[in-house]
Design a protein around this ligand. Structure first.
Ligand SMILES: C[S@@+](CC[C@H](N)C(=O)[O-])C[C@H]1O[C@@H](n2cnc3c(N)ncnc32)[C@H](O)[C@@H]1O
Length: 200
């Protein structure tokens, strides 16, 4: 931690593998909405390496928005905006349009309503062809779950019974019903997945 700038070890480990995937997913120009930005390290890292995009970080948590703002101030970057108070589960969002949406490590650390809100919001604000990028651990229907993810799932449910790993097929079905087609699933380090949807 440096002043208000909080640091998450996982974000430092996964930011470059995620950036590699994003290079093949995001448009060349435009506005990228980051949902559940947490410390803000991801959004600042991506903004630094993808200078032709403008990043809009967000988080419903005021402490998170403080650290995001501190990382932005420290970065000196001009292609990243002040963090918004955005609850994915809310019926309306404080942003009306985006050319891409990122949501990293949120849907298992929030009630299912947050996933429903995320998918609904993405369907509402993304134009046709625009990507929704999810990252995190998932269950796969009919496939064994890695022991490390089972243990993580238990620890999440201990903290809040409404939390826990989501089944990728449930998320995909919901997205499909909402007008988002699953385009690609990319295995990532430590049994995580990148999941790319596109607005039809
Ligand atoms: C594990 S952190 C992930 C932060 C960051 N994306 C990362 O990977 O380092 C989960 C974040 O989800 C946010 N969050 C929880 N519920 C949310 C919701 N309903 N809408 C948006 N963000 C939410 C929390 O405030 C927290 O910052």
């Amino acid at each position: 931690m440096t002043g208000d700038r909080r640091s998450a070890p996982a974000a430092l480990r996964n930011r470059d593998p995620i950036l590699d995937v994003l290079r093949g997913v995001l448009p060349r120009h435009g506005d990228v909405l980051d949902i559940a930005s947490g410390t803000g390290e991801h959004a600042v890292h991506f903004a630094r390496h993808l200078p032709e995009l403008v990043f809009q970080p967000s988080d419903p948590d005021a402490t998170a928005r403080q650290t995001i703002a501190a990382w932005i101030a420290d970065s000196g970057l001009s292609n990243i905006l002040s963090p918004l108070a955005l609850d994915a589960a809310a019926a309306t969002w404080p942003v009306e349009t985006a050319d891409a949406i990122l949501c990293i490590n949120m849907i298992h650390i929030a009630p299912w309503a947050a996933t429903e809100g995320l998918i609904g919001g993405a369907a509402r604000i993304l134009p046709a062809g625009a990507p929704l990028y999810l990252y995190g651990p998932f269950r796969r229907r009919g496939e064994p779950t890695a022991a490390s993810n089972e243990a993580f799932d238990l620890s999440l449910r201990d903290r809040d019974p409404a939390w826990g790993l989501r089944e990728l097929e449930d998320v995909t079905d919901l997205a499909d019903r909402s007008g988002l087609t699953r385009e690609r699933v990319v295995p990532m380090p430590a049994n995580n997945l990148s999941v790319i949807f596109r607005r039809r």
